[in-house]
Design a protein around this ligand. Structure first.
Ligand SMILES: Nc1ccn([C@@H]2O[C@H](COP(=O)(O)OP(=O)(O)OP(=O)(O)O)[C@@H](O)[C@H]2O)c(=O)n1
Length: 408
């Protein structure tokens, strides 16, 4: 048995010994029924958080305001959440409050989708008040009860619906879909981080296109922060959503989505900043869009120059984006060709040169200065493109001429 599951079951047993009901809930029950490996095993209990802290010697108050305490059971963290319902969600600008309740049924009733609203007791008995199993079998994402209510409690659930559609290849219940169309503007108050984190989960799926389909068909995409600032709902950007499934790389998927949102070079940086992506991702997306959206036929020499300047990963990603954007021609180099050129390149960066700056300074006979770096960069590119051999003598000879020029 998975050691995280064993730890969760031990925590449940201890809670029961102390007189409190406890169950496995949410994603783990769903995933096991689907024959998938759960991400984590969450426990729900009737014990109040302070009781949980009292019962277990090692706990971390990871989300006390939501009733969540992490119990460290033999070194393994187990999230234990007290039965609760959301409250006070009328004002979307204020985070919702929670109220603790005494029954599992009430706790499950406030959950988002029927497939996420099942529980299992310590002995393996399934508790399914809202026909989650039936919906798993019918492969449909349906809210627990009234979709308008569930989505008002937390607008992120509209995006989660799209994500689960992508994750399981299920369809979305019609009533839920209509509720998204009606309530999508409520998602404007979500934080960018929560939106981006759901999209990232979508990018981990082999086929995100059904989920992207929901986002574009319902117009939800144009209401999500920060997208609502960029796209006009009257112009749904995508009739090409199935193309999201052609590639697996999240950088290419981000780049394609940005390009469907009409992101030109002038606004690219500011949009990436609004998305709050990590700098490394930002740079990779900038390169991908720069190379992929201007992908054009060129000679071998020029491809190799781009390879040297941007690196193999950026070129492969750009080739994929160019394919999605319909810019690739049949005789453009494919990924195998790019890889072959890259492998054959004797120098891939300045540091690969067999000469150093100190040697160059000695040979040129000038004082150190910015010219040294410039000369080495020039020599490296020339050697990469095999215009000069990657050998000390030849490089120092060429370096003397160029160095003398750059140091003037
Ligand atoms: N906005 C939300 C988020 C979560 N949940 C409930 O909390 C559980 C755990 O949420 P989370 O860990 O975010 O998602 P999982 O369903 O576990 O899915 P995954 O692990 O695949 O992200 C969900 O199953 C669901 O019952 C909810 O009702 N509404």
């Amino acid at each position: 048995m998975d050691e995280r599951k064993r730890a969760a079951l031990q925590v449940m047993e201890r809670l029961e010994q102390a007189g409190f009901a406890a169950y496995l809930v949410g994603g783990c029950v769903r995933d096991e029924l689907l024959g998938r490996q759960p991400q984590d095993y969450d426990v729900a209990t009737e014990a109040h958080p302070y009781k949980v802290q009292e019962i277990f010697p090692r706990t971390v108050p990871t989300g006390l305001q939501h009733g969540t305490v992490t119990v460290v059971q033999q070194g393994i963290p187990v999230e234990v959440t007290t039965f609760r319902v959301e409250e006070g969600y009328e004002d979307r600008r204020r985070p919702s409050q929670v109220a603790f309740v005494s029954s599992l049924k009430l706790d499950l009733a406030r959950r988002d989708f029927t497939v996420n609203a099942m529980a299992r007791d310590r002995h393996g008995k399934l508790i399914d008040y809202f026909s989650g199993v039936q919906d798993l079998e019918a492969q449909v994402i349906r809210t627990v009860g009234e979709p308008l209510e569930r989505f008002r409690e937390d607008a992120l659930r509209m995006l989660r619906a799209a994500r689960f559609v992508a994750q399981f290849g299920f369809s979305l219940d019609d009533k839920a879909k209509r509720a998204i169309e009606q309530l999508k503007q409520e998602s404007r108050f979500l934080s960018v981080e929560r939106v981006v984190s759901e999209l990232e989960k979508m990018w981990r799926m082999p086929t995100p296109s059904p989920g992207m389909g929901i986002l574009f068909e319902t117009g939800l995409i144009a209401a999500l922060p920060p997208f609502y600032q960029w796209i006009d709902e009257s112009k749904p950007a995508a009739d090409r959503l199935e193309r999201f499934d052609w590639v697996q790389d999240r950088i290419v998927r981000w780049s394609y989505l940005l390009s469907l949102c009409g992101t030109g070079e002038a606004v690219l940086e500011s949009r990436l900043t609004q998305l709050k992506l990590a700098n490394r991702d930002k740079e990779a997306i900038i390169d991908c869009l720069k190379l992929g959206s201007k992908w054009e036929r060129q000679g071998e020499e020029e491809w190799k120059r781009l390879l040297y300047r941007f690196g193999i990963l950026a070129l492969k990603r750009a080739a994929q984006l160019a394919e999605l954007l319909g810019r690739r021609q049949v005789d453009d180099p494919d990924e195998a060709k790019l890889e072959e050129w890259w492998q054959a390149m004797p120098v891939k960066q300045t540091q690969d040169l067999p000469i150093t700056g100190t040697e160059l300074i000695r040979h040129v006979g000038k004082k150190a200065g910015p010219w040294v770096g410039k000369t080495l960069a020039y020599l490296a590119e020339q050697a990469a493109l095999q215009h000069i051999p990657n050998e000390r003598e030849a490089l120092l000879k060429e370096g003397c001429q160029i160095g003398a020029k750059y140091s003037q």
